[in-house]
Design a protein around this ligand. Structure first.
Ligand code: ZN
Length: 703
């Protein structure tokens, strides 16, 4: 491992932050980010850093302050605000106490903040406060953990890192650990760092660069020691093909996602689903194929705070029946049921042994290791699943390394339970109320168009993860950008798809299953139109409209039914039909016929798919001319012809449509999107129904 320090970058941070925050904090932000940028040092909110400064208070007194990472901040993107300042002399005085409960510790920290609106300081704040050094860097470095998570972790650490580090036995973070670490340091005041067994590394120094580079130095020594011990051992032959593993995920994803869904207790929305994240590389496949993987999966995490992201045990699926979906389903069902039973037993055993009461967390696995497929992680959002997957990838590698040089031995169940059920850890996960379409995946066809993009945005705002599909790849990318802006990059994916091409449709559904694990909401929206009187109509044009609109509905519906059946958790299909279904117009035969047929197909699907809990509903919208800066491609093309058919100038067309409805309303893509969200959120027990979104047109009332 190499130092990433650069004098130029350090100066840039000072130029940016020192005028307001002072140079020590500016450099603290810089080296915190250097640490955060390396996933071999810390991941996802792990680790913390601090600096001791002198601050002037409102009365002009100069007081010593500790600036330490606040919870909710990641080191790789930290700002000075992410390092709240606390009254250091008070924190030091707390060391005199015999004991201090976690709740009172959190309270003491909050009452000693300089800024009342600052985030909660790290649970390791007192450890930073009780050590005398100006700069302190704390990481959960992979190489250090490979050495500490061993039966003789302390001995290995001293051998690897030398005698300028203090080795502290495992104690849960908090007051007791802070006192112990300070005492042990005082026994060795020339120490440059401290290794907390089965937890991580602290380094310290009077200046930012030295403290950071001591972290790098000791991690580098640990890496060199491991290399020496491994002497080329480790995952050997590549075990399978990544492309094949990815294609298997399209089959495995929906089965797994269905099995991981749990009853919600809400009759209208009966399933609590998960989003899946798939990870596969040649290394991952080799590590999972290794004979010791099953045993390693049973052993706990590298560092205790991973337990809230990945649970203590990963679920290894031995010899998955990848050629036989039904056998695979029952194999996975048995494995997941077994995992849940063992989790329940672990919980019961721990509360009994400790004599405590806790409300049990869900017993579901977060990380599955499937030979020939890779790592599959589950979370309530793709972001959560991806965090678990990042941790799982490192865990797989480091466990194998540790096992190759000795025996991987993490914390025991009792310690892990304390961490998993520690209120201060659970607080990191946040408990926001979920949005109506949270944990669901929506696939929208024709997503680049005016109605398509607005529908995707409305679905994403309602909490769904969205797969945008369209034949227009440039438009698709623009639309994806809009959804990402509204709801975050991790909640959407764009997949090119031609609704008239069977293979393209099935590829896009497979891609959705790979990206998120399955599909729950499908919006059949892609469509084209053609204006011509029947007597003059070109037969190929008629067929083309039928192929895109009716054929597209059919292929989309069929793929939706198959994916949803595989999950077994129901779903929603919404067909964007047309006001034309009930109120056709002249010169619009191909379009009207295709929409009416599609509408009828939706009713048949509603009858056929109801036993699977899949609802199919139709939206009959009147003309949508644009959505924000996305013009309707359809109306740009047919607008002038429609105007001619109606005997009005093209410029008056939009006004014509507005004035003809009872509410004189302009219909927008957002209106259609809201109607989709209404159906998709199962607010009423409705299937086979038609909702007009047309401002009220008596001739088009459903009947
Ligand atoms: Zn830590």
């Amino acid at each position: 491992m190499k130092s990433r320090w650069s004098d130029d970058e350090a100066r840039q941070f000072c130029d940016r932050y020192a005028p307001r925050w002072g140079e020590p904090l500016a450099l603290r932000v810089y080296t915190s980010r250097l640490i955060g940028a390396d996933p071999d040092l810390v991941m996802h909110g792990g680790g913390n850093t601090s600096v001791k400064i002198v601050k002037e208070n409102l009365l002009g007194d100069r007081v010593e302050a500790l600036c330490v990472k606040g919870s909710g901040w990641d080191l790789d993107s930290i700002e000075p605000q992410g390092l709240p300042a606390l009254d250091l002399s008070w924190l030091r005085r707390l060391r005199k106490l015999e004991s201090l409960s976690d709740e009172e510790m959190v309270n003491q920290l909050r009452t000693r903040l300089f800024d009342a609106s600052a985030p909660n300081p790290s649970v390791e704040t007192l450890l930073h406060a009780f050590l005398p050094h100006v700069f302190i860097d704390h990481t959960h470095a992979d190489a250090i953990l490979a050495l500490t998570n061993q039966p003789d972790g302390a001995g290995l650490i001293q051998k690897a890192l030398g005698d300028r580090v203090v080795v502290v036995p495992y104690v849960m973070p908090g007051f007791r650990l802070a006192k112990l670490a300070a005492e042990m340091f005082e026994g060795k005041p020339d120490a440059e760092g401290m290794v907390l067994l089965k937890h991580g590394l602290f380094t310290f120094a009077p200046d930012a660069r030295t403290s950071y580079e001591r972290t790098i130095h000791y991690v580098d020594r640990a890496e060199a020691f491991l290399r020496e011990r491994l002497r080329g051992r480790g995952p050997s032959a590549p075990a399978g093909d990544v492309a094949e593993a990815r294609s298997r995920m399209a089959q495995v994803g929906p089965i797994l996602r269905g099995l991981l869904a749990t009853p919600s207790g809400n009759a209208d929305q009966p399933h609590r689903r998960v989003i899946l994240e798939h990870r596969v590389t040649p290394e991952v496949l080799a590590l999972i194929a290794a004979p010791q993987c099953a045993s390693l999966a049973e052993r706990g995490p590298l560092t205790p705070d991973h337990v809230i992201r990945t649970k203590a045990r990963h679920l290894f699926i031995g010899q998955p029946a990848l050629q036989d979906p039904e056998a695979l389903r029952s194999q996975l069902a048995t494995a997941i049921a077994g995992y849940r039973t063992r989790y329940d037993a672990y919980f019961a055993e721990q509360v009994r042994a400790k004599g405590v009461t806790r409300s049990k967390l869900d017993p579901d696995p977060r990380v599955l290791l499937i030979p020939g497929v890779g790592i599959v992680c589950a979370g309530k959002t793709r972001k959560d699943a991806a965090i678990a997957a990042d941790i799982a990838e490192h865990t797989l590698r480091i466990k194998a390394t540790a096992e190759a040089i000795g025996r991987y031995e993490p914390l025991d169940d009792s310690e892990l339970f304390d961490m998993e059920y520690w209120s201060l850890e659970q607080a990191k996960l946040g408990k926001e109320a979920e949005k109506p379409l949270a944990r669901q995946v929506a696939l929208v066809t024709g997503a680049a168009g005016a109605i398509g993009v607005a529908t995707c945005v409305e679905l994403a705002k309602a909490g769904a993860h969205v797969v945008l599909t369209d034949v227009d790849e440039n438009g698709l990318e623009r639309a994806r950008g809009k959804v990402a802006q509204a709801a975050g990059k991790s909640s959407c994916a764009a997949v090119p798809m031609d609704v008239t091409d069977e293979e393209s449709v099935s590829r896009a559904f497979d891609e959705a299953c790979r990206a998120f694990g399955g599909v729950d909401i499908v919006v059949a929206n892609a469509g084209i139109a053609h204006v011509s009187p029947l007597s003059e109509m070109d037969a190929r044009q008629f067929q083309k409209v039928l192929d895109v609109n009716l054929g597209g509905y059919f292929l989309t519906l069929r793929a939706a039914a198959r994916a949803m059946r595989s999950q077994g958790t129901g779903g929603n299909v919404v067909i964007n039909a047309s006001k034309n279904v009930f109120a056709p117009g002249a010169d619009f035969g191909a379009y009207s016929a295709s929409k009416a047929a599609g509408h009828q197909l939706g009713k048949v699907a509603a009858i056929e798919l109801a036993p699977l809990g899949i609802r199919v509903n139709m939206i009959n919208a009147d003309a949508v001319f644009a959505e924000g800066d996305t013009p309707s491609g359809l109306w740009r093309e047919i607008g002038p012809d429609r105007a001619r058919s109606r005997g009005i100038p093209p410029a008056k067309l939009q006004e014509f449509y507005r004035e003809r409805n009872l509410l004189h309303a302009e219909v927008t893509g957002t209106h259609v999107g809201r109607a989709v969200v209404f159906f998709a959120s199962n607010q009423t027990p409705t299937t086979g129904a038609t909702l007009p979104v047309d401002g009220g047109i008596a001739a088009a009332f459903p009947r």
